[in-house]
Ligand binder design. Structure first.
Ligand SMILES: [Mg+2]
Length: 145
């Protein structure tokens, strides 16, 4: 099943990882077009530590995943001189996608622990950035500008 909204290379990049993504045949998979459904699935994949009371685990591990993404970007520049998005080879895009997925998991899990849904967070972000764009302060500094 290929979603027509996905980039043309997405099916190629993921086909070898997940040969059968038909959710009718795999009913336990979340509807990844619905981020709250994805987040509910994340809740079923949280171990005792991730679902525990302490804030550090999800926060620090999420930062670690952001670091893994940045590490791969840094190595592309150091080892291959790649400094622009459209220069990144498909295999590296795939590896970066996996790191973004890991980051997304920690974001979804952290939001869940705060009692927030991903749709709520997305809406808050949309409203914040729309307001900044309307006031022409997208490129400024400060959390509350
Ligand atoms: Mg990772």
């Amino acid at each position: 099943m290929t979603d027509p909204r996905l980039p043309p290379n997405f099916a190629h990049l993921m086909a070898d990882d997940v040969p059968n993504m038909d959710t009718e045949e795999c009913p336990s998979l979340p509807d990844t077009n619905n981020m709250d459904d994805y987040q509910n699935w994340v809740g079923t994949m949280m171990g005792k530590t991730a679902d525990g009371p302490r804030t550090a685990y999800l926060s620090l591990k999420g930062c670690g995943e952001a670091g893994e993404f940045a590490e791969k970007i840094g190595k592309l520049e150091r080892d291959q001189g790649i400094t622009e998005w459209d220069q990144i080879p498909p295999d590296n895009v795939k590896a970066l996608a996996k790191e973004l997925g890991d980051r997304l998991w920690y974001i979804a899990a952290s939001a869940r622990k705060l009692g927030l849904t991903l749709s709520m967070i997305a809406l808050m972000n949309v409203l914040k950035l729309t307001d900044r764009k309307e006031r022409d302060v997208l490129d400024g500094s400060g959390d509350d500008r």
